[in-house]
Write a protein that binds this ligand. Structure first.
Ligand SMILES: Nc1nc2c(ncn2[C@@H]2O[C@H](COP(=O)(O)OP(=O)(O)OP(=O)(O)O)[C@@H](O)[C@H]2O)c(=O)[nH]1
Ligand SMILES: [Mg+2]
Length: 654
């Protein structure tokens, strides 16, 4: 069953990817041949990344929008559970398989990129039983993820489709989806045409998607068949206008479909019905996007990385060629002298790592404390917010008896309070929290920046003493350290990171951390999201308390405000921890990159000398053969460089 006929874009992409992999393999050989094993490891990792290329498309949206039905329609069969009740309980990955197969992963496995030992095979028709909400409702969840192998053309071309739990139905399940957002390369947000782009959807999109991949979102408006026929154009125009008021999105990314019709059409082998459903338009648009964007994200950065490594290796070859002209004994003495300083640099690296660790731990604690304080402040303000809401509310709060009425009012009240809390915390994020992080980064820069500069100077001294003994200490730009850093940084640059381009600096590091702030924040606040807060409070007995109000002689406003405040106080420590953990994780990632960069800068120098010494020893008399091998490598590098440039150019022009 394949929906996409025109695969030329994919084929071109695959062709380039293959070429890039070959280039990287050659490069790895050359780098090893030039005596740079550490750099060669980096190249090997790069190869793995390009070879192991999957593009993950997350299908997200509120419950019942038709996410699972959309994927089923693409598969041509009802594979994923879909029904009118909240249904999907876990992330379900659809990926390529020659034959249809299902797997389940236990809750504690987090692996999403392929099978591992934890996978439990399950018949496809039995999947529904295991991964619907009902099946998981009693007791703790057993399964954390499902995987479906399916002969879908799109998947064969390296795309994983991920079905996700609805966003507005349960905090835990929404969290599963939202945490996955930044792992996805693209997001398909499914709406219902009957109420597309509701306020809660807008909030979710702004808080969780806008930060990451503005370019990589599809707006899929489903259920068009449920709109009154005479009204369809009108409804579509309204939805388009509402979405475009906030998002700059063209017709290729804003598509109306009837997923149910598409599924039925494919099940019945009725191409006209499929075409009429609008789904093929979406599938073609997705394919086009995957062809162009995927290349941009998955081909261009690694190709640029190849060029960085080429430049580094060419320098290394020049250095080694120089060393090979030297007297072995003299070089051995030089190396002996450099050993101590090199060892000290290794220790410096460890020291820098430790002081970054300490700084980071302090930052984490400060963020956590600030978050906790702010949450408690919000709790303290709940009561007065409640009364403001009451005054500005059209509905009178105290004159009713009917329970439904009371519930409705309590719900409105909760919603309004939830909004106030979110606003209050959002102001904090934009103001005080951002300031704190900025100050911490500057402080870190002051503390470590100097040590890094010193490291750089010491390394350069060693380099000069070994490679340029005649005193022609021509400083290379960029320095060895900066080369090391950009090599390490470039390798780890991921889509969504602000570090693309891989020029190291603490300011860039900050840029990389700040977008994460919104995610950290969104997750921490989820409990106060639209629709969720009231459900949580109702579950915690708010309604029962309200019913007893007559006896308690307390107003609804006070009761609801108290309940919200209590929830805030109860959850403040955990929410504060979540927020600070998220930010910390992002900092820690950057720090690892710096650490790798320092290590490879030292290794680069060390390995060149050891290589030259080894060659001089091996050949006793003459190193001519090694030299001519190195020169051949140098020529190969020129060629690799040109081909990498051409790979980049093909996408820059497309
Ligand atoms: N009429 C009509 N019904 C649809 C359409 N798409 C989905 N449905 C139905 O709506 C119900 C919900 O669809 P699902 O695909 O389960 O929705 P979901 O977004 O995956 O929901 P959760 O997993 O609960 O978050 C199912 O009964 C579908 O058959 C559509 O385009 N038109
Ligand atoms: Mg579903």
């Amino acid at each position: 069953m394949t929906a996409i006929q025109d695969g030329s874009g994919f084929d071109q992409f695959q062709g380039l990817r293959k070429e890039l992999i070959e280039l990287i393999e050659r490069l790895e050989g050359v780098v090893r041949g030039a005596g740079q094993p550490t750099l060669a490891e980096t190249v090997a990792e790069l190869r793995g990344r390009v070879a192991n290329d999957t593009f993950t498309v997350l299908v997200a949206g509120e419950f019942n929008a038709g996410k699972s039905t959309t994927i089923n329609a693409m598969l041509g069969q009802k594979v994923l559970p879909a029904s009118g009740n909240p249904t999907t309980a876990v992330l379900s990955v659809v990926r390529w398989g020659e034959t249809e197969q299902g797997f389940l992963y236990r809750v504690d496995t987090t692996k999403i990129d392929g099978l591992d030992e934890a996978a439990v095979p399950v018949a496809v028709q039995d999947l529904t039983r295991h991964i619907t909400i009902d099946s998981q409702s009693d007791g703790p969840n057993t399964w954390g993820m499902a995987e479906i192998r399916w002969p879908l053309e799109l998947c064969r071309r390296g795309v994983d489709l991920v079905d996700s739990p609805g966003l507005n139905e349960n905090i835990e399940r929404a969290r599963i989806t939202l945490e996955f957002v930044n792992k996805a390369d693209a997001v398909v947000f499914v709406f219902s045409a009957l109420q597309a782009f509701s306020e809660s959807e807008q909030k979710i999109m702004e808080e969780h998607l806008q930060m990451f991949c503005h370019d990589n979102i599809f707006f899929l408006v489903n259920r068009v068949n449920q709109v009154d026929e005479d009204d369809v154009e009108n409804v579509k125009a309204g939805v388009r206008a509402r979405i475009r008021e906030r998002w700059d999105v063209g017709d290729d990314r804003l598509i109306f479909v009837n997923a149910q019709g598409a599924l039925k059409g494919r099940q019945n082998g009725d191409p006209a019905q499929v075409e009429a459903s609008g789904l093929p338009v979406f599938e073609r648009s997705l394919e086009h996007f995957l062809t162009t964007q995927r290349a941009r994200l998955k081909i261009v950065p690694p190709a640029a990385q190849v060029q960085t490594v080429v430049a580094t290796t060419r320098d290394a070859i020049e250095d080694v060629l120089g060393l090979l002209d030297r007297n072995r004994k003299e070089l051995a003495d030089k190396y002996e002298q450099a050993r101590g300083p090199l060892e000290r640099l290794r220790q410096d690296r460890a020291l820098i790592g430790r002081s970054m660790d300490n700084h980071l731990a302090a930052t984490r604690a400060q963020i956590q404390e600030q978050a906790r304080r702010r949450l408690i402040q919000a709790a303290d303000l709940c009561l007065s917010w409640g009364h403001e809401v009451e005054r500005s509310n059209k509905v009178t709060l105290n004159v009713f008896k009917a329970k439904e009425n009371m519930n409705l009012l309590a719900e409105e009240m909760t919603e309004a309070l939830g909004n106030r809390v979110r606003q209050y915390l959002d102001d904090w994020r934009k103001g005080e929290l951002t300031d704190l992080i900025r100050a911490r980064v500057e402080d870190l820069e002051a503390q470590v920046g100097e040590k890094l500069d010193m490291f750089d100077r010491d390394l350069e001294d060693i380099r000069v003493s070994i490679f340029e003994p005649a005193g022609i200490a021509e400083q290379r730009s960029p320095s060895a350290l900066n080369r090391g850093l950009s090599t390490a940084l470039g390798l780890f640059v991921d889509p969504g990171s602000a570090l693309v381009g891989a020029q190291f600096g603490f300011k860039d590091m900050l840029k990389g951390v700040l977008p994460q702030l919104a995610l950290a924040f969104g997750i921490g606040l989820l409990g106060f999201g639209p629709g969720v807060l009231f459900a949580a409070l109702a579950g915690a007995g708010l309604i029962r308390t309200l019913w007893k109000l007559d006896k308690l002689n307390k107003s609804i406003v006070d009761t609801v405000a108290d309940a919200v405040a209590k929830k805030l106080r109860d959850e403040a420590p955990e929410m504060a921890r979540l927020i600070s953990d998220k930010i910390y994780a992002e900092f820690a990632k950057q720090q690892r990159r710096v650490d790798e960069g320092l290590a490879s800068a030292v290794a680069e120098v060390d390995e060149k000398v050891r290589f030259a010494l080894g060659e001089l020893e091996r050949h006793e008399e003459s190193s001519e053969q090694t030299k001519s091998e190195l020169k051949a490598h140098r020529r190969t590098l020129v060629e690799i460089d040109q081909r990498a440039a051409s790979v980049i150019k093909q996408w820059a022009l497309s």
